[in-house]
Design a protein around this ligand. Sequence first.
Ligand SMILES: C=C(O[C@@H]1C=C(C(=O)O)C=C[C@H]1O)C(=O)O
Length: 445
Amino acid sequence: MESLRSGETTPLSAGVVSRTVRLSDAPRPRTALGAADPPRTFWAAPGEATVVGSGAAATVRADGPDRFRSVRAAADELFSSGDVHAGTLAARPRLFGGFSFHDDHTGREPWDGYPGARFVLPRRQTTFADDEVWLTVNAVGESPEEVERQLEEARETIRRRPTSGAVGDPPGIVERTETTSKSEWCEGVTAAIERIEAGELRKVVLAQALRASLSSPLSIPDALTRLGETYPDCYRFLFEPDDRGGGFFGATPERLVDLRGRTVETGALAGTTGRGETPEEDEWLAEELLADEKNAHEHDLVVGAVRKQLEPHAASIRTGTRRIRRLATVQHIETPITAELASDEHVLKLVEALHPTPAVGGLPPDRALETIRDTEPFGRGWYAAPVGWFDAAGYGSFAVALRSAVARGDVATLFAGVGVVADSDPDREWDEVQLKYRPILDELE
Ligand SMILES: C=C(O[C@@H]1C=C(C(=O)O)C=C[C@H]1O)C(=O)O
């Protein structure tokens, strides 16, 4: 048996069996996602192939502080042998999924069905890459002939499927419940500032959750399609729990890490302001953000921590120029960071080393996590945690799951947070949370 790492094909039928064909009458991602079986997977990222996954040929789950290593061990075993005809690199077998924010994540409502880590090798996968569309069937331990028959059947089903109609309107919100009232929020932020002034903490990111009852069930394929139009350079994702419907979805601007060969791309994204009514006002707000000491400090802490976490693994690290990242609803300060690794590493090693960066956790990490646990009256679940994919070679791409919600039927729970430093103002931080709900709220109301 040959390792999947070679990218070559062997005729043996143990381990992963994967067959791919190019589709000439190609569906759109939204049509493919609308027709997919649970658990559905969706991944679209700048400069990457868009992938729609239907069902699971294999699922890897783990819990607790060792979940990064456990996922890797299970994936290494899954990928240790196989029979793969991928046709194109973008359609090679990949595991898609994510991790919980906290090590001791419990999966309480709305996170039931989401373990501490869960990755899926899609049973059927549609890959949109370089103006071409590829259909893949993956299986574990089935004969290549059987997988080829299923591929032919899946291709026939797609050929006969009508394209879906126009994207529907957002469902509308009938009731909103905030987990944190304004006065509780101000108390929590003030207590965090006191800890910072007492020298116990340097920064902590505090979040809120918002439960929205909808007038009808949300169409996540429609929401992701519209998010793609409004936030084209964000990472869009959907991960569904097994057999439960609904899912965790979002459009996040924040890359955690991308590893190809020994080249690591990561960065810092922290420091926020709104958008202006005019291009001049936008410019003015951006300049004010870059010049603001509080935001610069909040941002610098992230740059320093990301570099420090990479150092043990890197032969060289390069910090790019600080710039403004302008999104439809907010503007952030962003600094790209790239590194060359000293030796081959699995992307999950870097994910574990970097998560949580002080853009979503704080400094020092342990005290920040303790403050988050003491202050936030809800479970973060997979919010602000790594989501993405990796392959048999250990390469992969992960984002930080922000601007996101868990939706099931006619209920969606949204999450948003802000960095708190010594000179934070609780009222302004409240307003910033409301701005960060906007991308998902716009899909609901
Ligand atoms: C925590 C969130 O965003 C993070 C916090 C930011 C900030 O405090 O300025 C900016 C971008 C993100 O790193 C969120 O969107 O929920």
